[in-house]
Design a protein around this ligand. Structure first.
Ligand code: IVH
Length: 680
């Protein structure tokens, strides 16, 4: 609504802008919104309406300008006010010590003996370097690094990054902020899921997704990708001078720029090395991808004295994590049906050593991913193996693409490689499927899923055992497990008396798993761990769930109409009904036993877990909190009642402290679960 008389409009527009800026800060900086999305949108809509009617009232820092309406024709080249440098690498503790030694020798020649270095260690986020220029406090222009001298103007897209200030207070007339644009892993995964669901191609990694987004001509596309920004430096400026890197970061933080909270200042190179190794280890658990650690000499004066060699400053170095990619030959592409029949391609590779192990097979995710990567059998391909994740084929080696004698693109098979049923690809579907619900391949996947850690957790029932049970003993599904006897198992390949007994015991023990796990274990498409829990809590018994209409299923938190219909359809399938009946007969739990929501010592309480707990695994802690009527969420806000912090807690602990949320250790959690008042 555009209210008030004509002359009030400029004042109202200013007021709206101030309000929106305030709420942005609550949301993005403090993670503590005061108003809901609707109210926020209403403010923005009102401002948009005023500005549309009176373009003369638009200011360049108006929040409505985050998504400039018009796409640009092409990306303009811009010269950076100050060249953007790159970094030399260190790949080991020795190389890092050698760097320190080089600096000492260099300074000694300049007459500076035994300088006391302090170091600032920053995660080297794998995104894109940016130069962002502010004039008179207003964001004027943002550019990619390009060749270091000349980059591309991406202001229209940078403006869409909500955590990047459009205006800074208390600013010099001119300042160039340096930082990295990246896509948080969580958002990357969601973006890819959304794209896959919409039948669009997915991105290979967060860096590519960020690069693809920031270089879009149409800012509306970038605005839909939740890009983020870490500030790590100041380039050219009008009159700013900092004692060192640490103060530079503090200045940036005070001006509202996001600065990574894990950044530390350390006094000794041994501590630096320790820190780098620590990050290397934690690499897989961070919320963003890092490919190393940037170590900088803190002191500004020493930095100046040290200067640069070519493009690399002497005063900084990138500790690079060990390479996790290599090149090998793609020998074949094969396909396997998944739990729901989707055919998943995988690569057979010439065995190669990477990331510390020999890799012979690698995932190719799905047929769309395979097509997008344009891999051909016979190609040399780039293989990635990082941390504990399954090795994957990233792309053909660059030279392959030029080759004219490549083989034809691999196609999904016309018949299921396991049951030979003709495969189908319904119009509009992304994946080719084996439509046969009795397919042994699908059954194998379902059986493995049932026994898996997150579901019924049957210890000792892995891939191999699942195959043996199916092939030798005619096991068809989970319903056949509970009648297995030790005598039947002892003769199976590799299963002696002891392990046979153990497996039978493990199967028996799984009868105790709660209803939610049983629901998840059934392998209903659309029912993951979380949905399984929600369904169990909402319906409380399998009979109630089996009797539910799609509309009733849709009332469950997190389930939309499409998934509700899908779940309903599967639950009415005769085979599913039969499986449920047999599992019920075997004594599994088909009723929710925990308190109904609203009961129990933690009723209505919301908890966040961070770090490693001592006795309880995270999974166990979650189970017990849920059983006590509480909720476990993944991010901290003012609505969080408790943050339970174990060893090596992450940024969630910082946030809890900032927001004044009560923090507990494991003992405190146990006290809460027992209905006592914890000491926080
Ligand atoms: S400082 C003089 N700090 O690493 C220092 N760079 O080769 C120049 N990067 O492409 C860069 N995180 O985008 C610096 N905390 C950080 C960084 C960082 C990532 C990237 C940067 C550049 C490359 C340096």
């Amino acid at each position: 609504m555009v209210g008030g008389g004509r002359e009030d409009l400029p004042a109202r527009a200013d007021e709206l802008r101030a309000l929106i800026r305030h709420h942005n800060e609550r949301y993005y900086q403090l993670d503590d919104p005061e108003i809901g999305d609707e109210e926020y949108d209403a403010l923005l809509d009102e401002l948009r309406a005023i500005e549309a009617a009176h373009p003369e009232l638009v200011t360049t820092d108006s929040p409505t300008r985050r998504v400039g309406a018009e796409p640009v024709g092409s990306l303009e080249k811009v010269r950076h006010p100050e060249p953007m440098l790159s970094l030399a690498n260190a790949r080991s503790a020795d190389e890092l010590r050698a760097w320190v030694q080089r600096m000492r020798s260099f300074l000694a020649r300049e007459g500076i003996e035994a300088p006391a270095f302090r170091y600032v260690c920053e995660p080297k986020v794998d995104g894109l370097a940016m130069s962002v220029v502010y004039r008179d406090g207003l964001l004027e222009r943002g550019a990619t690094r390009g060749n270091g001298e000349i980059g591309e103007d991406v202001t229209h897209n940078l403006r869409t990054i909500a955590s990047l200030p459009l205006r800074i207070e208390d600013a010099p007339r001119f300042v160039e902020v340096r930082g990295e644009v990246y896509l948080p892993l969580h958002d990357f995964a969601e973006l890819n899921e959304r794209r896959a669901a919409a039948g669009e191609s997915t991105f290979m990694n967060p860096r590519n997704a960020a690069a693809g987004s920031i270089r879009q001509l149409d800012p509306r596309i970038a605005a839909r990708r939740p890009l983020a920004f870490w500030a790590y430096g100041v380039g050219a400026s009008d009159g700013l001078a900092f004692p060192g890197q640490w103060e530079t970061l503090a200045w940036l933080r005070e001006r509202g720029f996001p600065v990574n909270r894990d950044i530390v200042r350390l006094d000794h190179e041994d501590e630096v090395i320790e820190r780098c190794l620590d990050w290397q280890e934690r690499r897989g658990v961070l919320e963003f991808e890092i490919d190393g650690v940037v170590v900088k000499v803190d002191d500004g004066e020493l930095q100046r004295r040290l200067g640069a060699v070519g493009r690399d400053p002497r005063w900084a170095i990138a500790w690079k994590f060990p390479p996790t990619t290599t090149v090998t030959r793609l020998l074949d592409v094969r396909w396997n049906p998944g739990k729901y029949g989707d055919l998943h391609p995988y690569a057979v590779l010439e065995p190669v050593h990477v990331g510390g192990v020999t890799v012979k097979l690698a995932t190719l995710h799905n047929e769309e991913d395979l097509a997008r990567k344009d891999l051909r059998v016979g190609d040399e391909v780039i293989v990635l193996r990082a941390g504990d994740v399954i090795p994957q084929v990233l792309s053909p080696a660059p030279h392959e693409v030029e080759r004219s004698d490549r083989s034809a693109p691999p196609e999904p098979p016309e018949r299921c490689p396991v049951c030979e049923t003709p495969t189908v690809k319904p119009p509009g579907a992304v994946f080719t499927k084996c439509p046969n619900r009795d397919c042994q391949g699908r059954r194998w996947q379902l059986l493995k899923h049932f026994a898996s850690r997150g579901a019924m957790d049957v210890d000792g029932l892995g891939e191999r055992q699942a195959s043996l049970l199916m092939e030798r003993l005619g096991v068809r599904d989970a319903g056949d497990l509970y009648s297995l006897r030790v005598e039947q198992l002892v003769d199976l390949e590799g299963l002696g008396e002891t392990s046979a007994r153990r497996l039978v015991d493990a199967i028996a023990a799984s009868r105790e798993r709660p209803f939610a796990k049983v629901l998840f274990g059934l392998g209903i498409e659309g029912v993951g761990e979380v949905t399984g829990r929600s369904l169990a809590q909402r319906f409380r018994t399998i009979d109630a769930l089996l009797a539910a209409s799609p509309e009733e299923i849709e009332q469950t938190p997190g389930i939309g109409p499409v998934v509700a219909a899908m779940i309903h359809e599967q639950l009415t399938d005769e085979r599913m009904r039969d499986l449920i009946a047999r599992l019920r007969g075997a004594g599994l739990r088909f009723e929710e036993e925990g308190p109904a929501p609203g009961d129990g010592p933690l009723a209505g309480r919301s908890l966040v877990l961070t770090g490693t707990l001592g006795d309880l695994t995270r999974e166990q802690a979650t189970e017990r909190i849920l059983a006590a009527g509480g909720r476990v969420t993944s991010s901290v806000s003012r609505r969080t009642d408790y943050v339970v912090a174990g060893d090596a807690p992450g940024s969630k602990l910082d946030k809890a402290q900032r927001l004044g949320v009560a923090v507990l250790d494991e003992a405190g959690l146990l006290a809460l679960l027992a209905g006592e008042q914890p000491e926080s």
